[in-house]
Design a protein around this ligand. Structure first.
Ligand SMILES: *[C@@H]1O[C@H](CO)[C@@H](O)[C@H](O)[C@H]1NC(C)=O
Length: 540
């Protein structure tokens, strides 16, 4: 009897309990497209008769791989719950009654037409636009570039819906889509804790499902130096937590860069200096400034010693190698949170400052260091991103520099100043996802608009996007996926979809569905909206 009762309750919940969530909102796409029209008419899709026909000028490995990859994602139904009377959407726990009169045909061959020749590396301002048109006559996807085609395949995978055992439909659809911002990033920190390659790959999968396009890899910091260098092998031998296991080899880095680009994701690596470099000092004697106490040298060190020309030679050699491993046009050079106390205690550094007529002005000393590093990177034909302090301290930066705004309290004012000075900017200030608390927090991320700072149209244009940051003090391979996701999808939609998108009430059901979709695809994403369940959660 008890069993019967609970079956009834579960059934009632299935049929009625969730209906609100479906009413008027079963366009289950995330991030929401710029222009989308779904009809009540639908086409059936048979997994055995479904093909993507690529029409591109020339071969494109990246795209062929993506087509293969998505084949595995269109027709997932492993954890479906099917009842003979009602058809249940397996991902979102709702009920759709299909009206067979609305079935207007079958989707078999989809033409995927890509206009431009294949591009091999993703880059800032690449075209990611695409359009999808499915109806009785036309079944076509169009994209300018292979990057847009990859975004379209993700949308396609979200359009195909499992409506019963081995039954799939796609609505008659017209979508034209492109991102609002060119730079849509997720940052992971692999220095405070090591993050295994497998979790970095999963993070890239999660990013691709949400159309992110930059993986900002904060690879080293004070705590550890897992990057394995061939020119300076001592750096990881002495600076990694464990020089055999907690490292990223050349091959592993290559693997991540390839894995990312197959998903249309750039890898932006950060070597933050002159601060945040304690771990560098272990394998490179003389690099860090020695601290003094009352004129006596101590066994402690500060930021990189800017007075030693050998240190710039070191940076140049290291970066020459780094850019062979990370092909992106941009390097992130850090430049944040430089503590001056150690420099100020060191008599050699003070003498150096005197010789340059900058006595007592440590910001100028920092500027001197950064200027040298920027010149080195410029000499290597690379562009750079820096944390906001570099701009704040008045360092002369290249025209195409991107300034990364992170300080929480006054980010709008900062953004105003940075763009007023004519620099491109990205925002992370409202998206430090490593700060956690009890309860639902994603609506705050969702509400934060990077162009909401009172700038002119010209200034708004210079805000090229933003980035969700997951700093690693409390995060390692065990929780990096669950803590970052699904919370970061709020940032994904803010950066992709149109500005006027949307109140939380309207957004929540789609958010839930995307959450469940990520679970269905095997990612251990954590609950974000209090009590509830996915058909595919880990009870199944
Ligand atoms: C998609 O088609 C199904 C089946 O006809 C229908 O129930 C659903 O409302 C359609 N979606 C939209 C957004 O019109």
């Amino acid at each position: 009897m008890k069993l019967l009762l609970s079956i009834f309750i579960v059934f009632w919940f299935q049929v009625y309990g969730q209906q609100n969530d479906l009413n008027g909102n079963d366009i289950n796409l995330w991030p929401y497209p710029q222009h989308v029209k779904l009809d009540e008419d639908y086409l059936t899709v048979d997994p055995n008769e479904f093909n993507i026909i690529l029409k591109a000028s020339g071969k494109c490995d990246l795209l062929e791989k993506a087509i293969q990859r998505y084949r595995k994602l269109y027709f997932l139904e492993d954890c479906s719950l099917v009842n003979s009377d009602v058809v249940v959407d397996t991902i979102f726990d709702g009920v759709i009654k299909l009206d067979v009169n609305k079935n207007v045909g079958k989707l078999t061959n989809v033409t995927l037409e890509v206009h431009q020749p294949c591009e091999s590396e993703p880059y800032l301002h690449m075209s990611e636009m695409y359009s999808i048109e499915f109806n009785q006559q036309i079944t076509k996807i169009f994209a300018e570039t292979n990057w847009g085609a990859i975004r379209a395949l993700e949308t396609l995978s979200q359009l195909i819906r499992n409506v019963g055992k081995h039954q799939f439909i796609v609505n008659v659809t017209a979508i034209t889509d492109y991102p609002r911002f060119a730079f849509r990033g997720v940052m992971l920190d692999t220095s405070r804790h090591y993050v295994p390659i497998r979790e970095i790959q999963q993070n890239l999968d999660a990013m691709a499902y949400n159309k992110f396009n930059v993986f900002h890899w904060h690879i080293v910091d004070d705590q550890s130096f897992p990057y394995v260098s061939e020119v300076f092998p001592e750096l990881s031998l002495k600076g990694a937590f464990n020089a055999k296991t907690h490292i990223y080899t050349k091959e592993e880095i290559q693997n991540i860069v390839d894995y990312a680009k197959e998903r249309g994701i750039r890898v932006l690596v950060e070597f933050d200096s002159p601060g945040h470099t304690q771990s560098w000092g272990k394998g490179q004697p003389g690099l860090l400034a020695r601290c003094y106490n009352k004129g006596r040298p101590m066994d402690s060190f500060g930021p990189i010693d800017p007075s030693q020309s050998a240190n710039y030679e070191f940076i140049e050699k290291l970066f020459k190698e780094v850019i062979t491993r990370f092909p992106d046009q941009y390097l992130h050079l850090g430049g944040d949170e430089v503590d001056f106390t150690c420099w100020a205690s060191n008599p050699d550094i003070l003498a150096f400052m005197k010789s340059r007529n900058i006595t007592n002005n440590f910001a100028k000393l920092e500027e001197y260091y950064i200027q040298n590093v920027l010149d080195i990177v410029k000499g290597l034909n690379k562009s750079y991103i820096v944390w906001q302090e570099v701009f704040d301290n008045g360092v002369k930066i290249k025209e195409d520099t991107v300034v990364h705004v992170w300080k929480g309290d006054s980010w709008q004012k900062e953004l105003f100043n940075v763009t007023k000075a004519g620099y491109q900017s990205i925002v992370s200030a409202c998206w430090y996802l490593n700060y956690i608390s009890y309860g639902t927090d994603w609506p705050n991320y969702y509400a934060c608009d990077p162009q909401n700072f009172g700038g002119s149209e010209q200034q708004n244009k210079l805000v090229i996007g933003g980035e969700a940051c997951m700093w690693g003090e409390w995060v390692d391979g065990t929780n990096v996926i669950s803590r970052t996701w699904p919370r970061a999808i709020a940032v994904a939609e803010r950066l992709w979809s149109s500005k006027d998108k949307k109140g939380m009430l309207e957004v929540s059901p789609r958010f839930n569905r995307q959450h469940c979709l990520m679970q269905q695809r095997g990612l251990r994403v954590q609950p974000a909206n209090g009590s509830g369940f996915c058909q595919c959660d880990y009870a199944v």
